[in-house]
Write a protein that binds this ligand. Structure first.
Ligand SMILES: [Zn+2]
Length: 248
């Protein structure tokens, strides 16, 4: 199966007319199971230290990301926002927080986040820096990041490749792959399963073919759905926590 998205009920910066904090709007309040586990683990630890994990953003659909990018391009929004296909928000794997509510130094928050596999996207814990509020739970897509950082894939920057991989894994369209979404999703799965197949580009070549053979996935170019499902199922067996529904 594809990576599922689960509803999340956490406080957000949104308020009602009386000024009471509200949960994130439902269209944004969705994330992968491992991100869900991480969010609640982090929220618990921050609360124990007297702070609050308050979200300003989580999931973005293709259209929401496109709007966010346009707002950035038109300078209606200051913070950088990539075009659709390049953000972990679209994979249900990134969240933005209200830094004024954590009531601890950013470095201390980073330490807590790291315990749950959550990483910042700035290099130094400086609150004043743009995107200091943004965190990723990359899960197995970190393997894609490493793969590209090690030069095994060359057609994307490591972060873009990992984000695209995350987006494909929930079944959302990534423009870069045109009519080859399923092929690219197969390649993303193979890399996360440790195979070296060159670029994620939607072009099924001999490396992809060999990797599928090694995994015992029957090769049928005319049945991409069956091949993708077989790869997805192997990914699910390998990364159980990205598919498992959390226990309440
Ligand atoms: Zn963000």
């Amino acid at each position: 199966m594809k990576s599922p998205l689960l509803p999340v009920d956490l406080l957000s910066i949104y308020k009602n007319k009386l000024g009471d904090a509200l949960p994130l709007p439902a269209r944004m309040a969705r994330c992968t199971p491992d991100t869900h586990t991480a969010l609640f683990g982090i929220a618990r630890e921050v609360a124990r230290k007297g702070g609050q994990l308050v979200l300003s953003d989580l999931f973005r659909s293709y259209d929401m990301q496109a709007q966010s990018h346009q707002d950035y391009v038109a300078k209606r929004k200051k913070a950088y926002s990539p075009a659709p296909g390049g953000s972990f928000h679209e994979a249900g794997r990134a969240f933005d927080i209200d830094l004024s509510k954590i009531k601890m130094p950013l470095a201390a928050f980073w330490t807590i986040a790291a315990k749950y596999g959550v990483s910042p996207i700035i290099a130094q814990p400086k609150v004043s820096q743009s995107e200091a509020w943004h965190f990723d739970c990359r899960g197995s897509h970190q393997i894609v990041y490493r793969y590209y950082a090690d030069g095994k894939g060359k057609n994307f920057k490591p972060y873009e490749a990992a984000a695209a991989s995350g987006i494909l894994s929930i079944g959302v369209h990534v423009d870069a792959f045109g009519h080859h979404q399923k092929q690219a999703a197969i390649q993303s799965g193979l890399i996360r399963l440790g195979k070296v197949i060159g670029n994620i580009d939607g072009q099924i070549g001999k490396n992809t073919h060999r990797a599928l053979d090694e995994l015992g996935v029957p090769f049928h170019m005319d049945d991409m759905d069956a091949m993708l499902l077989a790869v997805e199922n192997k990914v699910q067996q390998q990364f159980v926590n990205e598919f498992r529904m959390p226990v309440a």
